[in-house]
Design a protein around this ligand. Structure first.
Ligand code: MN
Length: 432
């Protein structure tokens, strides 16, 4: 990866947290992600499987991690199997990590060869009461079952059909929900690079440009700053395109007078940033656009203030919906009376605000999260109120990354301009 590696101590800490959650006498198996073929000799860009990265810090394919914390012999408690590199691989792709480097990155001392897997399974599985596999909870994904984790699962289960097995993600989710300081540091870097990208994008926005011209500025800023690239497919959505929540074509023309919604974020060392800003293509909001924008901005501030330890995400979202109802009425989208007789009660605002207010952010831009758990210090989440108005051919979303602290929250994107006047001023400076 482009960034300097994270300290192995983080991954040692992560594994010891997982070991404490495993059932006594059990074994956990976690595979690295694999390269996904695109065509003939081409592959999609490689990205490590997030759980495997969380436990090892290794960004490369061809590994299987076995953890058996209660094994009587120390050398069996943590083993990383590593695929041998072929000569052809070396010629085309250069040297892969050596075993010593793998140990230094992960803090795992017992590195063995992948062809020892069958023997290792025969040694570890029969005495274990329970084997954890890293399988998706989604039944559709599970039916596809083509991941390295699924292949190991099938290998083990075909040999030991009466095996007691369980999914790892219910144990990993609560761990990944709380970020260690080293993880927050990477997210801060991703946010700082995302801030630079916003400044770059803002400097080129003008009527008649293509959405992808702003996208080009964003990726240029990411790569220049040493980020891996986008943490997710960026959304550059002008006018009606902003009404498509996951619009990724970015091929439209930015019309004078329209609003451009940008949702983008850098990835640094596998950690994501996630930012949304909505700006006037001509550099000035119309009176109506400003009224709508300021409503989103006000609700953003109130929602961010509500994000603190003890709050449930569903409570937060419901409160934000109630705030929206007041704003919607003020903006003339419906009357107090209509709000009074809505069916089901308290649902009218959802017509103009269809997505959630907050999701967890970490190794994945939509990081694993349990919505039944109240916010706690160390959680990192988005705050992203929005309004979508098909009749007015616009969508406005404002989104920052928020760190929950002991006393409340810290906005990790407070440096990225959001105030309407500030955005207009910056666009004037850019145009001059
Ligand atoms: Mn988001």
């Amino acid at each position: 990866m482009k960034s300097s590696p994270l300290p192995a101590n983080l991954f040692i800490k992560n594994r010891s947290k997982l070991k404490r959650s495993l059932e006594p006498g059990s074994v956990a198996v976690v595979c690295s992600g694999e390269r996904v073929p695109r065509s003939r000799d081409q592959y999609y860009p490689y990205r490590q499987q997030s759980d495997f990265f969380y436990l090892t810090g290794i960004g490369q394919e061809g590994f299987v991690l076995f953890i058996s914390p209660d094994h009587p012999r120390e050398e069996y408690r943590e083993i990383l199997l590593m695929r041998d590199q072929t000569e052809k691989d070396r010629v085309w792709s250069g040297p892969k990590l050596a075993a010593g480097e793998v140990s230094a990155l992960s803090g795992i001392s017992h590195i063995r060869r992948m062809d020892e897997m069958d023997q290792l399974i025969a040694e570890l599985v029969p005495p274990a009461g329970l084997i954890y596999f890293n399988l998706p909870d989604d039944t559709v994904q599970r039916a596809q079952m083509s991941s390295p984790d699924a292949r190991v699962y099938h290998k083990v289960i075909s040999r030991y059909p009466h095996l007691n097995s369980a999914r790892l993600s219910p144990l990993l989710t609560p761990l990944r929900m709380i970020k260690e300081p080293e993880e927050v540091a990477e997210i801060r870097k991703a946010c700082a690079i995302t801030a630079e990208a916003f400044t770059s994008a803002l400097s080129v926005i003008r009527p008649g440009m293509k959405e992808y011209e702003a996208e080009a500025e964003i990726i240029a800023a990411f790569i220049r700053a040493g980020a891996e690239g986008h943490a997710f497919d960026p959304i550059l959505a002008c006018g009606e395109h902003a009404l498509i929540l996951h619009y990724n074509e970015n091929g439209g023309t930015c019309a004078a007078g329209a609003l451009l919604l940008m949702d983008f974020g850098a990835e640094v060392n596998c950690y994501a940033a996630d930012c949304s800003r909505t700006v006037p293509v001509s550099g000035r909001f119309s009176e109506r656009q400003l009224a709508l924008y300021d409503a989103v901005h006000r609700i953003f501030g109130k929602a961010r203030d509500m994000m603190k330890p003890g709050v449930l995400l569903d409570e937060l979202h419901q409160r934000v919906g109630e705030l929206w109802q007041e704003e919607h009425i003020r903006l003339g989208l419906y009357t107090q009376e209509e709000a009074g007789r809505q069916d089901p009660p308290g649902s009218l605002w959802k017509k103009f605000y269809m997505h959630g207010t907050s999701h967890s952010i970490g190794l994945d831009v939509h990081d694993p999260f349990d919505r039944n758990v109240p916010l706690q210090p160390g959680m990192v989440l988005s705050c992203e109120p929005a309004i979508y108005l098909p009749e007015e051919v616009l969508g406005i979303r404002l989104e920052n990354v928020i760190l929950i602290t002991e006393t409340g929250a810290e906005d990790l994107m407070s440096q990225i301009p959001m105030d309407a006047g500030e955005i207009e001023r910056l666009m004037r400076v850019g145009a001059a």
